[in-house]
Design a protein around this ligand. Structure first.
Ligand code: BGC
Length: 751
């Protein structure tokens, strides 16, 4: 695995803040130190709507105060630093408030699977299992809990805005950020991210959903121009955003680095104004990705409300444009109104965060619970799992540093492990941008704890023959295998790195009772799949990953997760078998100090055409009739489920009811999935997910399940009418436990 693209540097921020302290000018200090009693202002009347409150503030603001809300205060390596950044809280973004009017600063932190840069700031944060693991739970309550935990920890650390909420679809399975996203289906991804945002915003933190839009690969992300048809975009990637924003009432949207159909996302009028603000009636604000702003008047007219991290285009240049009449006062006020209404709507004015100590134990509990709900059982030959500790005398644990830790996802999502990288000596493990980070959650320890009477031996796996020799003598071999992913890179291939395929094949040849535990951010190919007894996909499993894995291996937890993305058989089967990479002229490197200046000025575009259009993920494999390794929606359990009694009420919304029975002998939870195939005249892929429900079922128990299907999920996007349209004709509704296992079918004719 190699990096195929690179991006911003993040080193050195604290040093610059110290510098900034020294050069803070007195007037700036007076600005942040002054302030009137907020309660006296009419906009502090909480019975007014967020919009009414914001309008009252806008009327009182000076031009300079308005401009200061439109941009951040800089970041080393990306943009010049403002002296005011002294008041930043150590997050990726800091926006100066208007103390005179009782408007607080906005303190933004990256928070994809936990609060980032915690170690850098001398703090502690819980690492949840990666976002894709949360999506694999298919459990909206777990998603809410995921967001709520992040919200609480943001507040405890003094932040009032999150930069998590990644929901780009897994159109490119090698995208290095897929672990930060929610899979390949817009209904699943949108619903799950919406619930994460609900939980987060309920803590009085501004939520943000990103990267809008079509930022589906990292290679050349600052230069690439994505060519994609309107209908394809609306029904795939944009639908995930639309559902997420609507479900979560999300207050901020981060526009992406890439261009879409010619224009940069952050100055793309079609995306920002026509779709987001007009069609979806989004009342919140658009924040640029870090150095994703490329212009002043054009971006403003297109609908970009706020530049991060600095003020290259939205500071003095913006003021000049307003004074010269190139940007109208109404346009300026709209940006400010949107930012302020979001602050009121989310409660960050009325209930500012108070720094406190993170509740570590609670974080562990939540992280473990969600990890247990997100681990997917992919194979279980002859019911090898769950393991019965009383029958095992020897266990071989092999590979992936399982003696000390589990891998996490890198880049701006990275959460810092306590005491640093588990594979480095204590004190030598500080956070580094774009290096693999291992959390101190050691499967070897949790497996030993589950099987206290067994002889549990570890082998690092670096010599496959040695590992196989250990496995041969063991009752069971558990091989941990990993693939690290990060922002600013893509995978060259879905092949596991570091010859792990060879390791697994050799171990499995030595002992058929081999279980593979995968720690990956997305799909991996598995040429050895038929040779092993069991496969678990544990993703990047978070602070308590090892406990969750052991609970699933030994049956204290019955697995209930399902894949939120297809695992293809081989790279050649994916829509773009060769990753589209930037030519030399459009490439930037971290080490290149001038990179971000070049990026701001605009790199020459190179093209990607998403000709697969609507056929993202399983829709591609279905339509192209390509067999897959593990299909979308697939996941085994230690019990079995039976489906019956499908009934359809074809009204609007449609209601689909059916019965699910736990036909086995263990309690469990089943993710029941509802798919629809549209009339042939619709010109759609063979089927699409239109609803799902996760149901807890005791052994032997049956439950009637009802899934409501909104008309939009059965519709196509009609470009001529610029709206969603139900196509009259015959639909087939299919229900079951995976996209390729749908025992219930029924037709419905829609007028
Ligand atoms: C990433 C964003 C992130 C921002 C701030 C960018 O490079 O693409 O996802 O929120 O940096 O760290």
């Amino acid at each position: 695995m190699k990096k195929s693209s690179s991006s911003k540097t993040s080193a050195g921020r604290p040093a610059v803040w110290i510098l900034a302290v020294l050069c803070v000018c007195s007037s700036a200090f007076a600005q942040t130190a002054s302030g009137s009693k907020p309660a006296q202002h009419p906009w502090m009347n909480t019975s007014l709507s967020p919009d009414e409150r914001a309008s009252l503030v806008v009327k009182e603001m000076t031009l300079d105060e308005k401009i200061s809300l439109l941009h951040g205060t800089g970041m080393v390596g990306l943009s010049p630093m403002s002296p005011l950044s002294i008041h930043a809280n150590g997050g990726a973004g800091y926006v100066v408030g208007v103390p005179r009017l009782g408007i607080p600063d906005i303190q933004m932190s990256d928070a994809a699977y936990g609060v980032r840069a915690s170690g850098e700031n001398g703090r502690y944060s819980t690492a949840l299992p990666s976002d894709v693991a949360g999506a694999a739970s298919w459990d909206t309550k777990a998603a809410y809990e995921y967001g709520a935990l992040i919200g609480r920890e943001l507040r405890a650390q003094g932040f009032n805005m999150s930069l998590g909420g990644g929901v780009n679809l897994t159109r490119e399975p090698r995208n290095g950020r897929n672990f930060e996203y929610m899979g390949e289906d817009p209904v699943l991804a949108g619903t799950m991210v919406g619930h994460v945002m609900k939980g987060l915003q309920a803590q009085h933190v501004i939520g943000d959903i990103k990267h809008y839009a079509m930022n589906d690969q990292e290679s050349g992300r600052n230069a690439v121009n994505v060519n994609v048809g309107e209908r394809a975009m609306r029904e795939t990637d944009l639908l995930a955003f639309e559902i997420g924003i609507r479900t979560g009432d999300v207050s901020a949207v981060m526009c992406a680095y890439n261009r879409v159909n010619g224009d940069y996302s952050c100055e793309n009028k079609h995306l920002l104004t026509d779709v987001l603000k007009k069609d979806w009636k989004f009342p919140g604000f658009v924040v640029s990705d870090w150095q994703g702003t490329h212009s002043t008047a054009k971006a403003s007219a297109a609908g970009l409300d706020h530049e991060e991290p600095g003020e290259i285009f939205y500071g003095a240049a913006f003021k000049k444009a307003v004074e010269a009449g190139k940007i109208s006062k109404a346009e300026l006020d709209d940006h400010v109104q949107r930012i302020l209404r979001s602050m009121f709507a989310r409660g960050v004015v009325d209930d500012p965060p108070q720094k406190s100590v993170v509740d570590v134990q609670n974080g562990f509990d939540v992280a473990q619970r969600i990890a247990e709900q997100g681990i997917v059982l992919l194979r279980n030959e002859g019911n090898l799992l769950p393991l019965d500790a009383s029958k095992l005398k020897t266990i071989a644990v092999i590979g992936a540093h399982a003696d000390v830790g589990m891998i996490s996802g890198g880049g701006s999502a990275q959460v810092d492990p306590p005491v640093g990288n588990a594979i480095l000596p204590p004190g030598k493990g500080q956070t580094r941008w774009l290096e693999p980070m291992w959390f101190p959650t050691a499967p070897l320890k949790t497996i030993r704890a589950k099987a206290p009477h067994a002889n549990v031996q570890y082998d690092a796996g670096s010599d496959p023959a040695k590992a196989a020799a250990l496995a041969e003598q063991a009752d069971i071999a558990i091989v941990f295998a990993y693939c690290w992913e990060s922002e600013a890179m893509d995978l060259e291939s879905l092949t596991l790195p570091e010859h792990q395929d060879e390791l697994i094949a050799k171990v499995a040849a030595a002992n058929p009772h081999t279980v593979v535990v995968l720690e990956t951010g997305g799909p991996a190919t598995m040429p050895w799949a038929q040779q092993v007894g069991g496969i678990l996909e544990a993703w990047y499993a978070g602070s308590r990953g090892a406990d969750a894995v052991a609970n699933v291996l030994f049956g204290d937890v019955n697995p209930s997760a399902k894949l939120p993305q297809t695992f293809p058989l081989r790279d050649a089967d994916i829509p773009h078998p060769n990753l589209v990479k930037p030519p030399e002229a459009s490439t930037t490197k971290d080490e290149d100090k001038e990179a971000w200046k070049k990026i701001a000025a605009g790199l020459p575009p190179f093209q990607i055409s998403y000709d697969e259009g609507l056929k993202v993920g399983y829709k591609w494999y279905d339509a192209e009739k390509k067999p897959v390794l593990f299909p979308f929606g697939f996941g085994l359990s230690y019990t079995t489920y039976a489906y019956s009694d499908l009934k359809i009420d074809p009204g609007q919304p449609m209601h689909v009811t059916f019965t699910v029975k736990n036909s086995g002998t263990r309690d469990g939870a089943e993710v029941a999935q509802v798919y629809a195939s549209l009339p042939a005249s619709a010109g759609e892929p063979p089927k699409r997910l239109v609803g799902f429900s996760k149901i807890n079922l005791a052994a032997g128990e049956s439950k009637a399940v009802s899934v409501e299907v909104p008309a939009q999920y059965l519709s196509i996007f009609d470009e001529k009418k610029n709206g969603w349209q139900l196509v009259p004709g015959d639909y087939t509704i299919m229900v079951g436990g995976s996209s390729l296992d749908l025992p219930l079918h029924q037709s419905a004719t829609l007028p």
